[in-house]
Design a protein around this ligand. Structure first.
Ligand SMILES: [Fe+2]
Length: 192
């Protein structure tokens, strides 16, 4: 987003409006519809049906104007809609940082979880308003809405970290998060 990356950054007060899932002052906004999550849900037939029916918005990412460049500390607020595809809860694509850097997520609204995978180990952090989830370097991460209202969280990350989405397509996330009578359950990635 070069129009933001070239603007000198001053100290900022940033506010979040949960009703519109937007931040002020606003930077880039990313909208991920079901069609942009190809190959991620286990039930590809159900995924295709949803895309062809109305291609629903699964999540949005509203960033502040702080650019993703070295030494800056960008922030974004992701809001995942409630829902499931083939019993698998709505989720973000998930990514790895090609330049390994830590990151924090802070739960703002709703209930969700932070799924982490380092290629061998899988971890899950229950998220709710006020909870900080810490993502160490080298751990791929994905967020999941396990509730029935929008789940939003603040992400703060080094501007040099980068985003590698292909890593998740190649390696998976170690587990999937499915609807269950008790709310949700984690199942091994390749079990269905
Ligand atoms: Fe990240």
């Amino acid at each position: 987003m070069p129009e933001f990356a070239t603007v000198p950054v001053s100290p900022l007060r940033i506010s979040f409006d949960p009703a519109t899932a937007s931040v002020e002052p606003a930077g880039p906004v990313l909208t991920r519809r079901m069609s942009s999550l190809e190959g991620l849900f286990a039930d590809q037939g159900e995924w295709k049906r949803a895309v062809e029916e109305d291609d629903p918005v699964v999540y949005t990412v509203s960033s502040s104007p702080v650019p993703e460049i070295d030494r800056e500390l960008p922030q974004s607020i992701t809001t995942i809609r409630p829902g499931a595809c083939g019993g698998e809860f709505y989720m973000t694509k998930g990514h790895q940082h090609p330049n390994p850097q830590g990151e924090i997520y802070l739960g703002l609204t709703g209930v969700g979880g932070l799924l982490l995978f380092d290629g061998q180990r899988t971890e899950w952090i229950d998220m709710e308003p006020g909870v900080i989830g810490y993502i160490p370097p080298h751990w791929a991460h994905r967020s999941v809405n396990v509730g029935d209202e929008p789940y939003s969280f603040l992400a703060v990350y080094p501007g040099c970290a980068g985003h590698d989405y292909q890593w998740v397509l190649d390696h998976g996330m170690g587990a999937r998060v499915l609807r269950a009578p008790s709310g949700y359950e984690l199942v091994p990635y390749n079990s269905r």
